[in-house]
Write a protein that binds this ligand. Sequence first.
Ligand code: SF4
Ligand code: SF4
Ligand code: SF4
Length: 317
Amino acid sequence: MALKLAYLLVGGCGGCDMAIVDLSEKLVDALEHLEIVFWAPTVADVKYKDLEAMPDQSIDLGLISGMVRNKENEHLVKVMRQKCKVIVAFGACASLGGIPGMANLHENRELFENAYVKCMSADNPDGVTPQPVSKEGDFELTLPAFLDKVRPIDEIIDVDYYVGGCPPHHDHVARIVEAIVTGNLPPKGSWLTMGKAVCDVCPRNPALKGEKREYVKEVKRMHEGIPDEETCLLQQGYLCLGPITQGDCGALCTKVNIRCAGCGGPIPPTWDFGLRAISAIGAILDNENVVDELLKKYPNLTKMLYRYSLPKALLKK
Ligand code: SF4
Ligand code: SF4
Ligand code: SF4
């Protein structure tokens, strides 16, 4: 019997939905085993009330992508938990807060001003920002209330499995679909991962070439020159986060000469990606001058270390 599947995107960009569509013909094969009962708001013409009307625990599997940013996100995530037997946090936003999680460094007032008033494309001389309730003639218009911060979904509901990636790589999505269909799943609360770091699958890795890893003697940002295409990026001074990131993407970025920024999520059992990154980078810098150079070149180090995971930081604000 086909597994009933529901997919919900909350506060994200839709890229994770695309990762499933990118399965291409493998998606056609997967649909023999899956019955999609809900996929909103991106793919199917269904309404949230349709989900609310489904019997509790009637859906075998619920995938949620995106983070929780407003009251509507919060409500829908709770409805998914009520209706689905198993919930997967699908992608960096749902698992860790994702790129939108960097908003937690700012007050909401500042975010609204930048998005609706100060941004270059805004034509808003009166400085109007969205309000939860407003009047339009005889009508009262409502918008979901904006919450105080970005939350990964496990701050709202119990989550069974986590998937990293912004978005998850489609080859990894294919492995996940197979694991789900065959019931070959790890214990509840686990990441669905191959269990390898990006370095483990990166052709530049000095260890895989029988070479010694050197200390880092200078720090470079990606715009400073073109990296050598064979040598480890970290050894060239580009702060590649491959050593501490789950490599389910197959080292996608380093294969096209870009450092890994950590979207795959931290290698278990670590949850605080940034703290692990500080420790890993600190251990490989050659001397204090390199540390000074790093701090000068990354004036907002937090946004580099926690690009995909700030809401999961143990230090919070
Ligand atoms: S994890 Fe990335 S691709 Fe997925 S919803 Fe968030 S921002 Fe978009
Ligand atoms: S640090 Fe980056 S470039 Fe170097 S081996 Fe690891 S993933 Fe590859
Ligand atoms: S190399 Fe790193 S940043 Fe790039 S897709 Fe893989 S995990 Fe994400």
